[in-house]
Design a protein around this ligand. Structure first.
Ligand SMILES: Cc1cc2nc3c(=O)[nH]c(=O)nc-3n(C[C@H](O)[C@H](O)[C@H](O)COP(=O)(O)OP(=O)(O)OC[C@H]3O[C@@H](n4cnc5c(N)ncnc54)[C@H](O)[C@@H]3O)c2cc1C
Length: 377
């Protein structure tokens, strides 16, 4: 590949692929793109919630094929540390990758927030929840709490899992009490009031109780303490979302909370001219695939401009779209994000964006729609 403006993208998830596709569109041959990613495949994480119910498996797309298809070089290795003086990224495998611009899209690290209960890990959700669902089907488990840690991670899965579990119990004609305990002041509060009210109604129709503004601890198996107030919830099983932390990126500054990478409105890492970050790795408080993609698009505009393309970098102006699964029909949710809450909140049973995919991403969504996934697992 001819040497253009060298852009190194670290990661092989939503933000990384969206960034690579956006750069191809915005800067064409002016940039050469290298993708540094340890895993062989891009996995469509939102569909993992269906796996424990035997409904569908998350699609996988080999990164090597995507890289070949869009004309980027793939290096299968891990980010080790950044020497911004040189400037070079050192990989765990001992390589030194130099760049003119760097986009960090390493995602978040997952940690259990509670020492008791089951903390979901979407890489093995099927294995984790399959037994629980069987215990519900046979009537062995009759009460269940889905608990989110105090810093709400991805907004959707807790609601989707609760809805699908309640639905399965109903189908099997078994009694099951389902409670969601969440630090949000209302269900899916970041989507704004209209969405929250619609989701609240849906959950109530399904007999799912919601404890909002709940900061929980799980001091022993089956016991959830809700703060403030000290209310106790006793259930047969507790399923918790993980707490998210920023990635380990030696040489890159981390913000004050959770080790996330601090970025400005152009998704430029604070203190750097040519280092950008996008997605769950950044200090933007909402962790969502569509948001990751918009951040990657914002960074790609700034990088294309640095490479000399006729692109005016615009600021990150977050808009959130989501498809909530688990009701009779999928619900299409949208909002503009202002100050951590949604305005222009919209809920519909019909798609309101195109293509209407779980991860709303300007370039990645149509690209994946046009590709065949390969072998699910
Ligand atoms: C169960 C579930 C359901 C979800 N549902 C939705 C939904 O419906 N809609 C939606 O928009 N979002 C949804 N999300 C959230 C969405 O999946 C994430 O916000 C999104 O994947 C973030 O993208 P990312 O690129 O920042 O990080 P990731 O997708 O996590 O990608 C990070 C990449 O970095 C790589 N990496 C990690 N460490 C290194 C290293 N040291 N060196 C190099 N590479 C590294 C990883 O291998 C990976 O390829 C859901 C998440 C889960 C878990």
């Amino acid at each position: 590949m001819a040497e253009g403006f060298r852009t190194l993208i670290v990661g092989g998830g939503v933000a990384a692929l969206e960034g690579a596709l956006a750069l191809r569109d915005l800067a064409g041959d002016r940039v050469t793109v290298t993708l540094l990613a340890p895993e062989p495949d891009f996995v469509y994480r939102p569909l993992r919630v269906k796996e424990p119910f035997g409904l569908e498996q998350a699609q996988r797309y080999p990164l090597s094929e995507i890289a070949r298809d869009i004309g980027v070089e793939l290096v299968r290795d891990r980010f080790g540390w950044l020497d911004s003086e040189s400037p070079v990224v050192h990989t765990d495998g001992g390589d030194r990758l130099s760049y003119d611009a760097l986009l960090l899209a390493l995602g978040a690290r997952l940690h259990p927030a509670f020492s008791h209960g089951l903390t979901i890990d979407d890489r093995r959700l099927d294995e984790q929840l399959h037994g629980l669902i069987q215990d519900i089907e046979t009537g062995y488990v009759r009460s269940l709490a889905f608990v989110a840690p105090s810093a709400m991670p991805w907004p959707l899965p807790i609601y989707e899992l609760a809805l699908m579990t309640a639905h399965r119990a109903y189908d099997m004609e078994v009694e099951l009490s389902v409670t969601i305990a969440t630090p949000e002041d209302a269900p899916l509060a970041i989507f704004g009031i209209d969405v929250s009210q619609a989701v609240e109604g849906l959950l109530s129709d399904r007999g799912i109780a919601v404890l909002g503004s709940a900061h929980c601890s799980v001091p022993e198996p089956g016991l959830v303490l809700i703060h403030p107030g000290g209310r106790e919830l006793r259930v047969d099983r507790v399923v918790a979302l993980p707490e998210l932390f920023g990635p380990s990126t030696p040489g890159v500054p981390t913000g004050t909370h959770g080790g996330f990478i601090p970025v400005d409105v152009h998704c430029r890492v604070r203190g750097f001219d040519n280092v950008f970050a996008a997605g769950d790795a950044t200090d933007f408080p909402i962790k969502h695939g569509g948001i990751a993609a918009q951040q990657a698009d914002t960074a790609a505009m700034a990088i294309a401009s640095l490479a000399g393309a006729a692109v005016e970098p615009g600021p990150f102006n977050p808009e959130i779209h989501a498809i909530l699964l688990g009701a009779d029909k999928p619900l299409y949710l949208s909002a503009h994000i202002t100050g951590g809450h949604g305005s222009a909140s919209e809920v519909s049973e019909e798609p309101t964006w195109s293509p209407p995919t779980k991860i709303a991403a300007k370039y990645l969504a149509p690209y994946l729609e046009a590709r065949e996934p390969q072998g699910t697992q």
